[in-house]
Structure formats: C-alpha cells, structure tokens
Design a protein around this ligand. Structure first.
Ligand code: FES
Length: 75
C-alpha cells in the first residue's frame, strides 16, 4: 500500500527506512523524498514511525518541526 502517492513510496519502504535509523518524517524524506511534494502523506508517515521503537523518538518529538510546515523551494 502506498503511503506517498507523489513519489510512489510504500508503507514497506517507510518501515525499512525506519529500521535503518530514520526516526522522523524529515529523515524519511531524506531517504526517499516521501513527504516533500504535497505533504499529504506526512501524517501517515508520522503514524508509521510512531508505531516503531526508535530510541531517539521522544527527544525528537520535543524538538522536531513538522515537515509540512516547510515551504518547498522552487527548483
Ligand atoms: S503524497 Fe507524499 S508528498 Fe504527496
């Protein structure tokens, strides 16, 4: 099932990036671009990450800016 339809990123891909150490939507975006176009998938990505067991998750939750708040730069 696709999480990010803009880039065709699946739930499985997000999980595998999370397993590899991506703890935030921003890190997922760095890994596969998911969430960097319309931003509509960021909450789904957050929900997927929230179910993981990243040890840094709580610290990041306290300081991380939501990815959707970023304005994409014109290419
Ligand atoms: S659905 Fe992921 S950026 Fe649009």
């Amino acid at each position: 099932m696709f999480v990010c339809s803009c880039f065709g990123v699946t739930e499985e891909q997000v999980r595998s990036h999370a397993d590899a150490g991506a703890c935030t939507p921003r890190q997922i975006a760095s890994a596969c671009k998911a969430g960097t176009d319309c931003g509509g998938c960021v909450r789904r990505i957050q929900a997927l990450l929230g179910r993981g067991s990243c040890p840094r998750r709580q610290l990041i939750d306290q300081g991380e800016q939501p990815l959707a708040a970023k304005v994409p730069e014109a290419a």
